[in-house]
Design a protein around this ligand. Sequence first.
Ligand SMILES: Cc1cc2nc3c(=O)[nH]c(=O)nc-3n(C[C@H](O)[C@H](O)[C@H](O)COP(=O)(O)O)c2cc1C
Length: 416
Amino acid sequence: MTDVAVLGQPVTFPFSKKTAKNRLMKSAMSERLATFSSYDPRMRGQPTEELIRLYETWGTGGIGIIVTGNIQVKKDHLEATGNAIIDRGLPSDYLDDYRVLAGAAKACGSLVLGQLSHPGRQVPITIQSSPESSSDIEHPSVAGVLFARPTPLTSQGIRDIVQRFAYAALVLYKAGFDGVQLHAAHGYLLHQFLSPRTNNRTDDYGGSLLNRARLLLETVAEIKSTVNDSSFMISVKLNCQDFLYPNDGVSERESIALAKMLEYIGVDLVEVSGGTYELQSPSREAYFIDFADRLRPNLSWSKVCVTGGFRSASAMADAVRRNSTDVIGLARPLTAEPLLVTEILRGDKLHAKKNKFPYSQTFHITAAATQIAEIGNGYDITDFSNPFNVSRFIAKLQQELPTAMSETISGYPGIF
Ligand SMILES: Cc1cc2nc3c(=O)[nH]c(=O)nc-3n(C[C@H](O)[C@H](O)[C@H](O)COP(=O)(O)O)c2cc1C
């Protein structure tokens, strides 16, 4: 029998001194359930009752830490339509809505972190035709999706971004969030600065790893001084490496050095993931636990969370027992089964539902996104372990997607 008791042990974070009641974390998933208007950016980003209902559901799921989907810090720079946004340029900071969301997520004692992000160049041209980034290196088109050439941020622009992250963190702090997570993985803006593939700057924000990390480090420092409460938790999501060819992204060695820098400036939790939207092949099937084994001995204080591919209680428990990681991140399993954590900890379930999709990132992501919308709307969750539901879903998807995308459907890039 699998001994899952280790997963039920609390973990206390070194700098905020906050304690998660167990070792299981709901990783960030873009919910796309906030308001959106294409013609008036001021009417964007407000949490809806569907978004609140989603967190009410996860809030009852016994999860140690709940990380929200990426909340954008600039109203016209979105990862997708329907992103939640915190931006001084909006008519409201939506503080009351975020307060309700935090209350829902925390109702049964979970810690809640708001994930903050800026897409940089990684935004379809249909959403933003003038993106901004570290450099003017355009995102290659992927599966028929086009990206515009970005404008490099000036030093004033960089300062503005840092302040935006801090402003958003302060709103979440006032709303009762336990902390924030900065999204520095998967090819978004903070990652674009980190990676030599997308950053060819010659100023203080390009070149050496320290320079490429400067935006991220300044953002952490600005959040700390703005919120000014040491119990506010800061987490950073990092790629363990970029898995790109040619191999000119962030290397494993650099990721470890970066995690040490983050520990030095008081980051409580480093979540390890991998890849970017550019990644075309499923080469990350092995996921990230081997990297965590090499990272863990380099950190004395910061806690580590590994996310990607965990499905069985025994693999989760083994990883914690072997001290490869302190926390296990789960994303897609919690859209199919929002109460899975409670069931695992009780010993009622040993494995997450196995969906019957053929290998395709598109199917997996859209299926999870569909389940998120179902939970938010209070509908039954489609069971993708049922092959009939899977074939019906694929047929519908192929009808709905533009031709360009359906042609390349099995090669759609991954984010995990
Ligand atoms: C629908 C969907 C949306 C996602 N959105 C985000 C996001 O906003 N921020 C992020 O850091 N990761 C995001 N991810 C990646 C997950 O956090 C996680 O790293 C990935 O799904 C691997 O974990 P899993 O195998 O448990 O699903 C998303 C994943 C899915 C399926």
